[in-house]
Design a binder for this molecule. Structure first.
Ligand code: ZN
Length: 111
């Protein structure tokens, strides 16, 4: 779990839109050019292309939610938007009193 106001160095995502935090997280970030701004993580490009606009570090201002969706109808496996998965013995995250994602620390929303 990332602490909320800690600056995190960012070395670039493999995929264009691979944000390190949920899309609805508000982050403050510093570009290669040195400019600092604030935006929703899902609105930013997280890959490095050698541009002045590349994100070099960021910090979380307001953590968004982590969406958990059942992997398929047959199983009790859930997949999260932060890229993890979890199996439940029965029912889903809510019925098992999961309020926050144990992987990224964001509040869980079921899909
Ligand atoms: Zn998560």
């Amino acid at each position: 779990m990332k602490s909320k106001d800690e600056w995190i160095n960012w070395s670039g995502a493999v995929r264009f839109d691979d944000a390190p935090v949920p899309d609805d997280t508000t982050v403050e970030y510093i570009r290669r050019s040195g400019g600092m701004s604030e935006a929703l993580a899902g609105d930013l490009s997280w890959s490095h292309r050698g541009y002045k606009s590349d994100i070099m570090c960021y910090r979380v201002l307001q953590l968004g939610s982590c969406v958990w969706a059942q992997a398929d109808d047959e199983s009790d496996a859930y997949e999260s938007t932060c890229g993890e998965s979890m199996w439940f013995m029965g029912d889903g995250p809510k019925e098992n009193n999961f309020k926050y994602c144990p992987f990224c620390g964001a509040e869980i929303k079921e899909n």
